[in-house]
Design a protein. Sequence first.
Length: 460
Amino acid sequence: MPGHCMSKIVISYRRTDTAAIAGRIRDRLVSRYGDTSVFMDIENIPFGSDFRTHIREALLQSDVLIAVVGPDWLGRGNGGPSRISNETDPVRIEIETALQGRIPLIPVLVNNAGMPEAADLPDSLKDFAFLNAADVDTGRDFHQHMERLIQALDGFIERKSGKAATLGPTPASTATPRATIDGPAAARASRNWIPVVSAAAVTVVVAGLGAAWFLKTPPKPAVTQAAQQPVGLPTNEAANLAPAAKAVVPAANSSIPATAGRNVAGCHEPSPAFLDEFKTNTAGWIHLGETRIGSNAYYDDDEMVVMAAAQNTKWIVVPSRKFKNVTICADIKSPEEATALGATAGGLVFWTSAGNIDNIYTANLYPDGSYAILRKYSGTWSTIVSKRSFASIRKGLEAQNQIKITLKDRIATLTINGVKAQDFQGEPPEDGGLVGLFARSEKDQTNEWRFLKIVVAQEP
């Protein structure tokens, strides 16, 4: 029976620890989503291929990763280091890929196992320890626990496709329980709700018969997906470009009076292709959460809050919409608290590959009155336009600015508060890129950036 919208669910497990129960979980998911939608092993690695690359490429095509965690998930040896500490451990590669690639990640505890402690994990996996996990009992409660898991998966699929997830027969002997909403502490204690990650950790809130998925980041990529970025930006742009990044077309405007752009109205584009004023999560953002732990993004009083863990980055995107030759405009508010105004930044994400959302461009605005254009490519940050002051930026804490990027083929134009700041060149995805919101925190504290609106308008 085919899966809904060709959903791809991957099950990660350690063979010596949970092979039997992982197989049972797979069989139950297959009965719901179909044999072609559930993958238990990433196989058929060509001879001579880097298996790490093969696993990552396969996982980046998936919709969700279920990590089955048993008592020996860490793979501790007899006095030696655990297998999870080995960079070539397949389980580690799978979890890292999910965190760094913002792939929804659901830990499933079996055989009375508990979540690993952060101290027992390598740095790239520490965010995994903070995810709320689902319990799946191997005994009489197996079907009931699986129904909770499936209910959450159904909600995710419905949210992604916009259609009800009526995929396959649910065994008549099991009733679908009504999910409850608990706070993060209660959820972690009871394991009665299921989070999904991101960049840093993801929390699932399930209400009624559906599941509203809010993804927490890391990533990473930290808490998931927050990839580290140097506090001091390099001044030599050419020496720090990623291999595929292109040279800057210098066009910064340094003669703008200090009053320029002070009274510019909020973002408004005629007949927008995309608009979100952050009243409800109907746009389809991923990597959202509902807590203030580590890197995160969440709705608050008709604003989107995006914050990264200390000295890290956090971004969120709308994976269902790709744009080519558009203008992206956002109304953005600087943090209420910050110590180093030149070390925290917020802004726009653009030219993001749908197949690899770790390949992004960011337009960064700093509360000290400067901006920069950066790119993350193959896990490495590079400078496209070095950090520079710009007179039209409203400085200071809680300052509100309008930041706009106009994309035309390979050329982008940055405009701040109605004043052109910079033209630069890049490498956009051929079929159009994802758009999103970005935040970066200073070295010693988390900074909360707030977004009031984002508008995307198609260019001719």
